[in-house]
Design a protein around this ligand. Structure first.
Ligand SMILES: C[S@@+](CC[C@H](N)C(=O)[O-])C[C@H]1O[C@@H](n2cnc3c(N)ncnc32)[C@H](O)[C@@H]1O
Length: 276
């Protein structure tokens, strides 16, 4: 079993940063080490040869990134959050001319499609644009296909119900030979791109940003930078939604948001506030 030392892990992070501009130094160390070790064992490569290869080729560096990102996701994950969002956020959207949402760290798109379905049920989807970004282009390609296995779909039925879904989740899919395809009217409001959260530059463009179950992989310095990006890209009064174990409490932006729902981690950007 091949292992990576502390110094080798630092060198791998340096090499990835100079190749792709992604700063894995600020990612949770234990999970990063585990995933790099799994990759080198699978490929039967020593750490020094991995480092050389990353330095030589951006494609190879991207393969490493794809292997180390944690992409676990579900439709209507933590359904109580989706129920709370409909109650607390959707009423603000009723009068808006358009609604723009960004899923930062969208993985294979299940969270984006969950939101799109609920917006549809509230008559809001036609004026909405949902943008999903992820570091991992393989996940983005999967999200763009808009299909899941029938088995997965069946596993999400309870969560949809608990999220206060108003119909039957199956009604939004057509299933053939064990594959369930999302209907085009849901897919067409969603667009997916491979990108690093830190590179978003649409100042005050978004009505809502969801970044759920992603901040937990970042150290406090990176969380602070990322929340600054969210702050700058949200409209005044816009909403920020985090995962159940995440918070902005320890970032320098804590006072720039109202805690609208502390349990379901829904925050609202204060209206008359500017970043110095
Ligand atoms: C655990 S998944 C969460 C997916 C979804 N938000 C959910 O809660 O089900 C975290 C995702 O964040 C992505 N990610 C990590 N760092 C990122 C960054 N700097 N920019 C964009 N995506 C990132 C990972 O590739 C991964 O797909």
């Amino acid at each position: 079993m091949l292992e990576v030392t502390h110094n080798e892990l630092n060198e791998i992070c340096d090499a990835l940063e100079s190749r792709l501009g992604i700063r894995f130094h600020h990612y949770a160390r234990a999970s990063l080490k585990r995933r790099i070790e799994r990759f080198i064992n699978l490929k039967n490569r020593k750490p020094d040869s991995l480092i050389k290869e990353i330095k030589k080729s951006s494609d190879y560096a991207q393969q490493v990134v794809n292997a180390i990102t944690v992409n676990v996701t579900e439709m209507f994950r933590n359904p109580e959050f989706f129920a709370a969002m409909q109650k607390e956020v959707f009423p603000h959207f009723q009068k808006a001319e358009s609604i723009s949402c960004w899923h930062a760290g969208c993985s294979s798109g299940e969270e984006v499609y969950s939101l799109a379905i609920l917006l549809q049920e509230h008559g809001l989807l036609k004026k909405s644009k949902l943008t999903g970004w992820d570091l991992n282009p393989e996940m983005i390609a999967k999200a763009q296909r808009g299909s899941i296995s029938e088995r997965q779909l069946n596993a999400f039925l309870d969560a949809y119900f608990l999220a206060n879904g108003q119909s039957h989740l199956q009604d939004y899919f057509t299933t053939r030979s064990g594959v369930s395809f999302l209907h085009p009217e849901i897919i067409q409001s969603c667009c997916f791109e491979a990108g690093n959260i830190l590179n978003m530059k649409n100042p005050e463009d978004f009505d809502m940003i969801l970044c759920r179950n992603t901040l937990i992989y970042f150290d406090l310095a990176l969380q602070d930078e990322v929340v600054k990006v969210f702050y700058e890209n949200l409209k005044p009064g816009g909403f920020l939604c985090l995962g159940e174990k995440e918070s902005i409490r320890f970032t320098s932006f804590a006072n720039r948001f109202e805690e609208l729902d502390p349990v379901n981690k829904i925050f609202q950007k204060r209206i008359d506030d500017d970043v110095e």
